[in-house]
Write a protein that binds this ligand. Sequence first.
Ligand SMILES: Nc1ncnc2c1ncn2[C@@H]1O[C@H](COP(=O)(O)OP(=O)(O)O)[C@@H](O)[C@H]1O
Ligand SMILES: O=P(O)(O)OC[C@H](O)CO
Length: 497
Amino acid sequence: MKKYIMALDQGTTSSRCILYNKKGEIVSLAQKEFKQIYPKAGWVEHDPMEIWSTQIGVAQEALYKIDATYENIEAIGITNQRETTVVWNKKTGLPVYNAIVWQCRRTAEFCDQLKKEGKSESFKAKTGLLIDAYFSGTKIRWILDHVEGVREKAEKGDLLFGTIETWLIWKLSMGKIHVTDYSNASRTMLFNIHTLQWDKEILRELDIPETMLPAPVPSSYIYGETDPVIFGGPVKIAGAAGDQQAALFGQTCFKEGEVKNTYGTGCFLLMNTGEKPVQSQNGLLTTIAWGLNGKVNYALEGSIFVAGAAIQWLRDELEIVHSSPESELMASAVEDSNGVYVVPAFVGMGAPYWNPYARGSIFGLTRGSNKNHLVRATLESLAYQTVDMLKSMEEDSGIKLASLKVDGGASANNLLMQIQADLLDTIVQRPQCIETTSLGAAYLAGLATGYWKSKEDVIENWQIDKTFIPDLLPEKRQEMIKGWEKAVKCALVWAEC
Ligand SMILES: Nc1ncnc2c1ncn2[C@@H]1O[C@H](COP(=O)(O)OP(=O)(O)O)[C@@H](O)[C@H]1O
Ligand SMILES: O=P(O)(O)OC[C@H](O)CO
């Protein structure tokens, strides 16, 4: 009987299920977008029940498409948008509030207060993170403080917290398994990345009951089985990792110093730093890459909040492109952005600036600026933000990158990838499979069950699709980057003017 690994990829804008064979090839794929909820400026929510229903729907559809059943599935690996916070009632299985999404800025002021109280250094030393509304900790606190009756229920032990992989595993097991993998735990701002335990002092400072929290477990590990009702029979749940760490794994960046950049809703640059956590001096995060075979790998991370989301903004809000791929056609119709810069700080700015109050801005408009220039400037903003992050990463690690592996939805855009190579002055390599997030989750699950024997077994699955070679005069590059730096400065002061 043919056996596949089922990867559940719960992203910010869609739920996907991909079935992989041993060669790491896609044999079936189903995807469904779901609703983005914006209750106030800078707030972002999802409906956890819609996350669950779309995810289980696409899983069943992916099986149906190739006439497979649960018996064809060796194991399930899960990967997910990270930090997004769900709190639910363990008796009813119902969420007490919408999921507060990683991009949501509602706890920015509370974070300012923590910083003023001088907590930054100790939080960073223990969690590897900067204090920011991005992470789950202050989102849980917000739910406890603002949703009626929730704090009492949480203190009685009736409520559970989870990031999205935790929520999905709990639902798949019909309430039997409440775990989080180390990579996801390391994004909560509650987890000590050195001891691999919840940090009691931070929990006290944020006033979060420990009973709500899932058990931290490795990323490649048999957590248990799905309830037989879900797929008609039990399937092992054998791996989980945050989507960016999973992409690092899917790109087979197993060695220290290897780097990938994923262009999805946001954009995330990760460097494997091996078994030692490296502290950033330049606005990057220290995070757990994965826990595998009794060891933990760490990574340095640069996080950009708005990347592909800016292309969606062109499509959905400005309605100047009909689809994301059309952005390539329009941007190619002009030679350059004609001096226009878009800073897509719609939810503040992440690495290396970490300013929750910056807002999206457009600079350099003239009478000659047209929609193609605006589209090109928006695409360029993804590449400029990556330049900023890579500069920090090279400074922190002391490693000058020879080439950059890319993936994620927007990496399909050839023009963007060429602009990226030009602005970085570095070779950009795009693999045949740009679904590396789900591939990484599949590998983690398959390694736990023996479907793949070792990391070496999967390295040969990585195949190049296209290499982008830098082709821009140094003076032009410097001029473009200088303009970007000026635009960022203006976007950062906007909120203070
Ligand atoms: N050809 C393209 N050019 C530019 N952006 C694209 C293209 N194709 C997809 N995108 C963008 O990529 C994002 C989707 O990528 P994906 O990796 O699926 O993201 P996520 O996992 O965050 O939902 C969307 O924001 C979309 O606008
Ligand atoms: O949905 P993505 O792929 O942009 O990833 C979101 C990140 O996990 C947020 O930290």
